[in-house]
Ligand binder design. Structure first.
Ligand SMILES: *Cc1c(COP(=O)(O)O)cnc(C)c1O
Length: 344
């Protein structure tokens, strides 16, 4: 039994919460190899109390969306890049790589089986997909698990900018997210576990998000807990921070391509100093959830840096980037080859 029948869902009032859908994909790794995997209706997992994931956090995940385009297709956006990033996360956490094609097969099967839960075009809602892998066998001496599960479930989520766009206020955070040469560049659950205190504290102090700095020198801008920064300079250049401890956002990479190839803007991907913040006129957070979410103000220990053209609404360039990328995603603007992956 699922919690809601698709027909009962009010797409535009959905939030970002878990709603159980009928089918999910599971594959198991045992004896040094993956089985073929397949769909199941069972949303429960039974594992040892001593499973590697529970004791030493051996787990990584991905996040992507399936949605309906203007011409009625169901598509996902660049899922090959999620598959690639999952492989990098698995390798760094000593988890086995998935067989070629399994990630995409899981995406296809889960979306097709839960087709009724793909929100209609124009609703702003999407079917969020959550692929993940974890060590399932008992581990007490610290080492990689011998057995793993790869799973992918789907849950419908509402429009991100529901009550309209409200630019965020964020703070420069005194906690660090990722160490140099650590795990900041992979999508590991552990990066999120250690960000929870920082975000709860930020909310208590009245901020929407944390701006993390590089842990080595605390002079360069890295990212937030779950999104990459994109800045616009006064003369209209797009600047995104570069660091080995930033998670390579697929949205950010796509926005930079759009900036260059569709909007003819100059794009710089380079280390960005905290001291440069006041040189920018627009600031946005890039990720699958919002595509780009404008930041109006950064507070650095009482000192406010306001982005002139983004205090009350999306700045001009941010809006152009947002409209172009979402237009590409929804099939209204022609997409670069391979960006839209259709689910039959
Ligand atoms: C997932 C994630 C992002 C956004 O990546 P997308 O591929 O654009 O969704 C950014 N930063 C962190 C830390 C993330 O985990």
């Amino acid at each position: 039994m699922v919690d809601f029948m698709a027909a009962d869902l009010n797409w535009s009032s959905l939030g970002f919460g878990y709603i159980k859908t009928p089918y999910r994909f599971v594959a198991e790794y045992k004896g040094g190899k993956w089985n073929d995997g397949g769909l199941t209706e069972d949303d429960k997992i039974v594992i040892s109390e001593c499973a590697g994931v529970l004791q030493y956090a051996q787990t990584a995940f991905e996040g992507l969306k399936a949605y309906a385009t203007q011409d009625g297709r169901i598509v996902t956006f660049r899922p090959d890049l999620n598959a690639e990033r999952m492989a990098e996360s698995a390798a760094r956490l000593e988890m086995p790589l998935l067989p070629d094609g399994m990630f995409i097969k899981a995406v296809e099967q889960v979306v097709a089986a839960n087709r009724d839960y793909v929100p209609p075009y124009g609703s702003g809602a999407t079917l969020y997909l959550r692929p993940y892998m974890f060590g399932s066998s008992p581990v007490i001496g610290v080492k990689p698990a011998d057995e793993y599960q790869f799973r992918l479930f789907a849950t419908p989520v509402g429009p991100y900018f529901k009550g309209g766009v409200k630019p965020l206020t964020i703070r420069v955070c005194d906690f660090d997210r990722a160490a140099p040469h650590g795990t900041g560049h992979i999508k590991a659950g552990l990066n999120y576990a250690m960000s929870l205190h920082a975000i709860v504290d930020a909310h208590k102090q009245g901020f929407d998000e944390n701006m993390y700095l590089d842990a080595g020198t605390r002079t360069f801008i890295e990212e937030t807990g779950g999104a990459n920064f994109l800045f616009v300079t006064k003369d209209g250049r797009v600047v995104t921070p570069k660091s080995d401890s930033i998670l390579p956002s697929i949205t950010r990479r796509s926005l930079c391509y759009v900036a260059e190839k569709y909007l003819g803007l100059t794009v710089e991907h380079r280390p960005v100093e905290l001291a440069e913040l006041s040189d920018f006129t627009e600031c946005g957070l890039c990720g699958t959830a919002a595509v780009i979410s404008p930041v109006g103000k950064v507070v650095n220990h009482g000192k406010e840096i306001c982005f002139a053209s983004g205090m009350n609404e999306m700045g001009k360039v941010t809006k152009q980037l947002y409209d172009t990328l979402t237009g590409i995603q929804m099939g209204k603007i022609s997409a670069p080859a391979g960006w839209l992956y259709e689910i039959k």
